[in-house]
Design a protein around this ligand. Structure first.
Ligand SMILES: Cc1cc2nc3c(=O)[nH]c(=O)nc-3n(C[C@H](O)[C@H](O)[C@H](O)COP(=O)(O)OP(=O)(O)OC[C@H]3O[C@@H](n4cnc5c(N)ncnc54)[C@H](O)[C@@H]3O)c2cc1C
Length: 415
């Protein structure tokens, strides 16, 4: 029988869901009944978003009581229901397989992460949605459609913001397992980073730069290599940090993945360990994606504003993501630099500083992270995404009653 619970808040507590309840069907038939009888419905997964993308003015539904089968299908893995990367990775590893990348934490659901274009770093690594090869979506009548990468709707289905229906299963591309060695370094001069962006961010499989836009001694280059230790960072002035690692104003407490020793991909690619609280916890995040080719100028534009947002900032992280073909992807058809901000958990203060940053990044056609805090008008975002009209057409066709729409989608997509 379908159970019910309170909708609660997002993981960091920055948004209290307006939805009156979360429905918890016990099997796929009950899910179909819940969906077919809903006036409006959104899916709540692991709640690691920082805005109302997952919210509803009626009910939410969670797949947490549904089966979570994981099966290899050739070189792909098919995953049903609410499974996190932390749950999937050891299963893949036992099969001698791996994913191409992971985000900064493994705690998040695979479907929720891919629904918003969640990414790690790496000039050759697409976001996590780009690993999808098929998506199974239950529509508002309770019927399930399998949309694979050859289907004309795939560009919409693999990064859908939950607007097409309930994703009941996905298939992800895997590759042979590999080891990663990571290290974090201080002492690399900002000018050496922005002077050779492709060299620094392309130096290892995955590279992040942490900064507070102030004293360079507090900056970190965190590199993750699949061909031995990333000692190239020492050649540009980097000094390996010890165990007591500060990410800007976040002092990590025994929650980061091991540095200096090789280990399986999933134990090194995320910054944060699966068995610990990631990041700061009491925070809000924002992210903007600009063309990699304009990264130097875009970073200079943000740096010029740094004093205006310093009070709110815990840390900035810079990463790269390779281009993809997903219609709403922040990396749609462009290699991007991602300018991330972890803010203090002060909604009014954060919303006050974002417009100036967005204005400064507008000349670079910046796109926001769909799951984080932003104030950019929807029309401006859609103008940077040439296939967004096609996405809206698919959403209206598969969900003509608008069951899976909410205020967020009306505001940002005009859906
Ligand atoms: C500490 C922390 C670190 C983070 N690090 C990164 C990072 O490294 N890179 C990055 O890009 N992002 C990062 N994020 C953001 C996060 O990965 C994304 O916001 C992601 O979408 C969260 O997924 P979720 O399932 O937890 O969220 P939810 O809010 O539960 O779901 C996200 C969206 O997916 C939809 N959805 C979920 N499941 C389904 C389903 N079965 N069917 C249809 N729709 C569904 C929801 O309705 C919602 O719209 C981080 C967040 C936190 C809190």
């Amino acid at each position: 029988m379908t159970q019910r619970r309170d909708a609660g808040t997002t993981w960091s507590g920055n948004h209290r869901y307006r939805a009156t309840e979360v429905l918890l069907p016990g099997d796929v038939d009950e899910l179909a009944e819940v969906v077919a009888s809903a006036r409006t419905l959104r899916v709540q997964a692991t709640r690691h978003t920082f805005n109302d993308v997952a919210d509803s003015d009626a009910s939410l539904v969670s797949l947490e009581r549904l089966p979570t089968r994981v099966e290899m299908v050739g070189d792909r893995v098919r995953v049903e229901g609410l499974v996190t990367f932390a749950q999937l990775a050891p299963v893949l590893e036992a099969e001698g397989r791996a994913l191409h990348n992971l985000g900064s934490l493994p705690h998040i659901s695979i479907v929720g992460a891919t629904a918003t274009g969640t990414h790690g770093s790496g000039v050759r690594n697409g976001n996590l949605s780009s690993a999808l090869r098929a998506v199974e979506i239950m529509d508002a009548d309770g019927r399930t459609h399998r949309i694979d990468h050859t289907h004309e709707w795939f560009g919409a289905a693999a990064l859908s913001l939950g607007a097409l229906g309930v994703v009941t299963a996905v298939e992800l591309q895997t590759e042979p397992t590999y080891e990663v060695t990571q290290q974090a370094y201080t002492g690399v001069a900002w000018e050496d980073i922005v002077g050779d962006i492709e060299g620094v961010f392309g130096g290892s499989r995955s590279v992040s730069v942490f900064t507070t836009w102030g004293d360079p001694e507090h900056d970190l280059v965190w590199a993750k290599s699949d061909d031995g230790a990333p000692s190239w960072v020492e050649e540009i002035g980097g000094r390996a940090v010890g165990d007591d690692i500060h990410l800007g104003r976040i002092r990590t407490v025994d929650n980061t993945t091991p540095r200096g020793t090789p280990g399986p991909w999933h134990t090194r690619l995320p910054h944060f360990r699966a068995d610990a609280l990631p990041s700061d916890g009491d925070e809000i995040q924002s992210e903007y994606f600009v063309p990699l080719a304009s990264a130097r100028e875009a970073l200079a534009a943000v740096r010029a504003l740094a004093s205006t947002f310093d009070d709110q900032l815990l840390v900035t992280e810079l990463r790269t993501v390779a281009a993809d073909e997903l219609w709403l992807s922040p990396a749609y058809q462009r290699d991007v630099m991602v300018i991330h901000f972890t803010w203090r958990n002060d909604t009014d203060g954060v919303l006050a500083v974002l417009p100036a940053i967005e204005q400064a990044l507008a000349p670079f056609d910046a796109r926001p992270h769909w799951g984080k805090a932003f104030t950019m008008p929807g029309e401006r975002i859609l103008s940077t995404l040439p296939r967004s009209g096609d996405f809206l057409a698919v959403a209206r066709e598969i969900d003509p009653r608008g069951v899976f729409r909410n205020d967020y989608l009306r505001r940002t997509l005009g859906l």
